[in-house]
Structures are given as C-alpha cells and as structure tokens.
Ligand binder design. Structure first.
Ligand SMILES: Nc1ncnc2c1ncn2[C@@H]1O[C@H](COP(=O)(O)OP(=O)(O)OP(=O)(O)O)[C@@H](O)[C@H]1O
Ligand SMILES: O=C(O)[C@H](O)[C@@H](O)[C@H](O)[C@H](O)CO
Length: 232
C-alpha cells in the first residue's frame, strides 16, 4: 500500500509502534463489523458507532486553533490544542526563531496522538464522544502518518485531516497581528519550507482559508457535513 492510500480492513499497521498499538482501547465494544477468520469484515445488524478524529493542519497562523475551536463547538466533541503538547524546550526553541527538527517533533506527535486516542475512550463520567478535534501542524506527510496510526486496528475510528491552505503574505499578516504568542512572523517562511502540501492523500480535506473567519467556518462546516454524510 502506498503511503496516504486508503487502507483496507483489516488494517496492518504500516508503521511499527507497539506501545501505542498494544494499548489501543476497544473503542467499539458493540461494533457491527467483526473481522472474520478469513480476514473479511462481516456485517451485523447493529449500526457502527464511528468516532472521528479531525486533525486541523497547516503552518503557523493558518487558523488551526480558530477553526478547531469552532468545529469543536459545532460537533460537541473535545478539542486538543497541539501547541499545549509541545515540551517547553520546543516552545522556547520556536520562540527564539529556530525551526523544530523531525527529532523535536517526533515525541510531540506521539504524545498528541495518544491524547487523541484517550479523548475518545469512554469514561465513567461521560459517554464516549463521537470524536475529537485536534489542532496539529502536521506539516510533513510522515508526521501525518504518525497521526494516522491512531486509527489503525480500530475500524470504528476514522481519521480526517483538514488542511488549511493560505498564501504566505496572508499568513505573515495574521501571525504579525497576533499578540502574545511564542511563534513570531519570522518563522512563517521556515514553516512553509517544511510544509509538504497533502496531495493524493485520501483522508485529507483541503480548505482555502482566505477570507473572513465566518466564511472559512462555513467552508469547513460544508466539508465536514459532506464527509460525515459518507458514513450514514
Ligand atoms: N479567517 C481569518 N481571518 C482573519 N484572521 C484570522 C482568521 N482566522 C484566524 N485568524 C487570526 O489569525 C491568527 C492566527 O490564527 P490561529 O491562532 O487560529 O492560527 P494557528 O494555525 O492555530 O496558529 P499557530 O499554529 O501558530 O498556533 C489569530 O490571531 C486569529 O485570530
Ligand atoms: O511543527 C511545528 O513547527 C510546530 O507545531 C508549529 O507549527 C507550532 O506548534 C505552531 O504552529 C505554533 O505556532
């Protein structure tokens, strides 16, 4: 299977990651789809309760937090702000104007992925939510692949990336106008240099985020509604 292709069930993890894979909770105890001995999914009469992980991606300043929080309100699911999961050293590094490396991002992505899985797990205090929204730059395809592992082995969990596309000049304007954030406009160019725009990745929805926050939110709403309709 090529990276970014839609996996067929049952899914064999393309990335070896035993600690997470082995602790994946059974998110769907009443699942309607049961893998058979031959490896083919068998249908039962119960509806499949799908949990959707919506990962809002793109470079600093594209609007991940703004879009993510609005989507959280709309869907009534938890929201994880990826920036909050960076170790302090990463934040200090970015604050000094030094771009993160693959190594700096690796543990952050794994921790954020686990937090997303945990947010889906049922607890005694509330019912299992229908999903979670995560703001995470996920600039490179291999970073998105790290996050994709969250859905591996759990047919009831679906992962979607919402890539917010914006030109450099508008990105720069938005980051410059933003107050009290460690990420300054000088980092925008390096974010774009690192960015691998998703192409032919079946689980990515690209949204043009030029325009007002309301216009952008409407586009996101339409795209998410259309995606959810595929599961009805
Ligand atoms: N559609 C929009 N039009 C104008 N300004 C916007 C729009 N969306 C977001 N902003 C503003 O742009 C700035 C960056 O947005 P936001 O913080 O949501 O981006 P981000 O991708 O989460 O950034 P970072 O990754 O650096 O945390 C904020 O000040 C926000 O209020
Ligand atoms: O991968 C990265 O370089 C980082 O995640 C950044 O994108 C920041 O966390 C974020 O944009 C905060 O401004």
């Amino acid at each position: 299977m090529l990276v970014g292709d839609r996996p067929q069930l049952p899914v064999t993890p393309a990335i070896e990651d035993p600690p997470i894979a082995h602790v994946m909770p059974d998110l769907n105890p009443g699942s309607s789809t049961t893998p058979s001995a031959t490896g083919c999914a068998e249908k039962s009469t119960q509806p499949l309760h799908i949990q959707h992980i919506w990962i809002v991606t793109g470079p600093a300043g594209c609007g991940k937090s703004t879009v993510g929080k609005a989507l959280q309100q709309e869907l009534g699911v938890p929201f994880l702000e990826g920036d909050d999961y960076h170790p302090q050293l990463n934040k200090e590094k970015m604050g000094r104007g030094t771009p993160l490396t693959d190594e700096d991002r690796w543990d952050w992505l794994v921790v954020l992925r686990k937090a997303a899985i945990d947010a889906l797990a049922p607890s005694s205090e509330r019912n299992s939510p229908a999903g979670v929204v995560v703001a995470c730059s996920a600039l490179k395809q291999k970073y998105r692949d790290v996050m994709r592992v969250a859905a591996y082995g759990s047919p009831s969990v679906q992962i979607h990336f919402i890539y917010l596309r914006l030109d450099e000049d508008v990105l720069m304007e938005r980051v410059r106008a933003r107050q009290q954030h460690y990420m300054k406009s000088g980092m925008v160019r390096s974010q774009l240099a690192t960015l691998e725009e998703p192409k032919d990745e079946w689980d990515v929805i690209t949204i043009n985020v030029q325009g007002s926050a309301e216009e952008v939110q409407q586009r996101v709403h339409d795209a998410v509604t259309a995606k959810l309709a595929e599961y009805v």
